[in-house]
Write a new protein. Structure first.
Length: 618
């Protein structure tokens, strides 16, 4: 629905402008046309009209890297048949100068550029971080008449002389598809959308997802939230996951308090059909007023909403950092020759810590679950290079060997945030924590004012305590491993042995099941020692599992079966349909899990209970 009052106000205001002023405004705007109607060979045509160019030569560039990805993706490789044209439609000389750049000569005569764009989803091989695949939430999709995932940096580039120039993007689209975005559509047409941004960087931060309408909106503490879903088979709707998403985002806003003043936030959820050439990099990418999320559709609703609690909450907390608190490297991001900041421990680590802390703080998980998450992060961090200085890794994350350690930002990075939080809680007698520090930093800097990378530790020390500064120089800039037990002890938490449930279909990395290649059926492995779950249900080797709790399973959705089983609790009722020796049987009973001893943590020092409580609930 268009804001009629705003449209009338703008019409009234524009009537006061002279024709000369209107022409001047037009000449200082990069205009982009994207055609989602006439798709040819799974490619979209883009037309770019620059402002008046006064130089003889100019470069047009697609990004090598975009904020939040920490990888070199080279979006220029998805561009084909690029042409530079003058006012008479005559082609000007345009040559490719590197993987993402084209140099146009006789540029004073340039009127427009046209080219075709391939999408990234179709090229994914599932190679993972650091490989050729573009991380799916930062990627693009072209599926004519069904879905267009427009991460705008994959379709639209910039002229080297006009990075700070306003952009106007006009998108022609089928009437059956609706564009979900946090931007405001300035056009009333059902087949054309017009979006205006102040500069290229703002356009990059505003993804758009076109699909048949499958969305809902809700308001949390003055913030309007749009939840849009694309699901190929239509089983997941925005309304079906609304209760959990609303509960989660309400808890996040409550946790942050008055920290964030964003008025609109969009969650664009793309569900991938992994059985086809589709997105394979699951996760999310943050933006100031939106997040793009890619998940496998076969995951199923219950498992999906559990994943979204962690994934979307992490991206939402990026509102704090780096979207509000960031260095000059991020404020003035160079899309083709990026200089990376040293502070991924804060941008990703503190963000991941908040994504877990708010859940215990707001009662979404209990203490046992929270300690389990921290224990898992300690174990995962051990598998990475614990003696690599975090600041060095961050500043060089695009290059080997540092990029191979990037995943540690979510493990050790979050634990760094935890330790700083506990230090501040201890020194302030529980009155302050790391969220207080982030609030002070946002007042000192904010989204429009960046800090110098080398000054951050001194600023944090001045705003907190000398012990925080010592921790940062020793464990974040230094190569010393962190003794986490030392920090847990400050809040009365000690290491213990806990019973961890094992997956009913996997014994560690060894499966209890296989697939019969000729029929694609799931079979219990013969001559294998069965676990407690299988014994309780009287399952036997060579049994064919055809359905569980009414859902049919085979090779096509075996992943869904395994992930669904992770939700089962001890004593849950269960029905398993099988084929045994050619006969169909139905086995009923209750879930019985097998457990293994694992390292964990528990609150044991009652003298620290008050400090522990404000750490978790303050």
């Amino acid at each position: 629905m268009k804001n009629v009052a705003l449209a009338l106000l703008l019409t009234s205001s524009l009537s006061c402008f002279t024709i000369e002023a209107q022409v001047k405004k037009t000449e200082t705007t990069v205009k982009v046309g994207i055609d989602l109607v006439n798709v040819k060979d799974d490619k979209v045509t883009v037309t770019v009209t620059p402002p008046k160019i006064t130089s003889n030569e100019i470069q047009y560039r697609l990004p090598k890297t975009v904020p939040g990805t920490y990888s070199s993706d080279n979006y220029g490789r998805f561009i084909e048949d690029i042409k530079a044209l003058d006012a008479k439609g005559k082609e000007l000389s345009i040559t490719k100068s590197d993987a993402n750049s084209w140099t146009i000569t006789n540029a004073k005569n340039l009127v427009k550029i046209t080219y075709s764009v391939n999408d990234t989803f179709d090229t994914e091989k599932g190679e993972g971080f650091g490989k050729e695949d573009v991380f799916s939430p930062a990627g693009t999709n072209i599926d004519q008449g069904k879905n267009f995932m427009l991460n705008t940096h994959g379709f639209v580039g910039y002229f080297s002389d006009f990075l700070s120039t306003p952009y106007q993007v006009t998108i022609e689209h089928p009437e059956t598809l609706w564009g979900a975005t946090s931007m405001i559509d300035a056009d009333d047409s059902k087949t054309k959308d017009v979006f205006n941004t102040s500069r290229y960087a703002e356009l990059v931060e505003n993804p758009i997802m076109y699909a048949k309408p499958n969305y809902t909106t809700f308001t949390v503490n003055g913030m309007e939230i749009l939840l849009a879903v694309y699901a190929p088979d239509g089983t997941i709707t925005a309304e079906s996951i609304l209760p959990e998403m609303k509960t989660m985002m309400t808890a996040q806003k409550t946790f942050l308090g008055s920290f964030n003043a964003t008025k609109k936030y969009s969650v664009l959820l793309y569900l991938s059909d992994v059985k086809k050439a589709d997105a394979k990099g699951f996760g999310a990418l943050e933006h100031p007023t939106a997040t793009t999320v890619v998940m496998p559709e076969m995951m199923g609703r219950d498992q999906l909403v559990e994943q979204l609690k962690d994934v979307v909450s992490h991206e939402f907390f990026h509102i704090v950092t780096p979207l509000t608190i960031h260095s000059k490297e991020i404020q003035d991001f160079d899309f083709n020759n990026p200089k990376m900041s040293k502070h991924l421990w804060m941008y990703e680590g503190v963000t991941e810590y908040f994504a877990n802390l708010f859940q215990i703080n707001q009662g979404l998980i209990n203490e046992e679950a929270f300690y389990k998450r921290l224990s898992d992060k300690i174990e995962h961090a051990k598998s990475l290079n614990d003696n690599m200085a975090f600041t060095t890794m961050s500043a060089n994350v695009l290059e080997k060997p540092y990029k191979d350690q990037y995943l540690n930002v979510y493990e050790k990075g979050a634990l760094i945030g935890m330790c700083i939080d506990i230090i501040i809680r201890e020194k302030s007698n529980g009155k302050k924590g790391i969220l207080d520090l982030m609030q002070k930093l946002s007042l000192e800097y904010g989204s429009k004012k960046a800090f110098n990378d080398n000054d951050l530790f001194d600023k944090i020390t001045a705003l907190t305590y000398p012990e925080v500064g010592t921790f940062l120089t020793t464990y974040v800039a230094g190569t010393t491993s962190i003794n986490y037990e030392e920090y847990f002890a400050k809040v009365g938490v000690t290491k213990t042995t806990v019973k961890a449930p094992e997956n009913v279909f996997l014994n560690g990395q060894v499966p209890y099941i296989t697939v019969k290649q000729e029929t694609k059926e799931i079979m219990i492995l013969p001559e294998i020692e069965l676990n407690d779950f299988m014994k309780a249900l009287d399952l036997k080797g060579n049994d064919i599992v055809t359905a569980i709790n009414g859902t049919k399973y085979d090779l096509s959705n075996i992943y869904e079966m395994i992930t669904k089983s992770q939700e089962w609790k001890e004593g849950d009722a269960i029905t398993v349909a099988i084929k045994r020796d050619g006969k169909e049987l139905t086995l009923t009973g209750k879930v019985k899990l097998s457990y293994k001893d694992a390292e964990g943590y528990k609150a044991s020092d009652t003298s620290k209970t008050a400090l522990k409580n404000v750490w978790l609930k303050g």
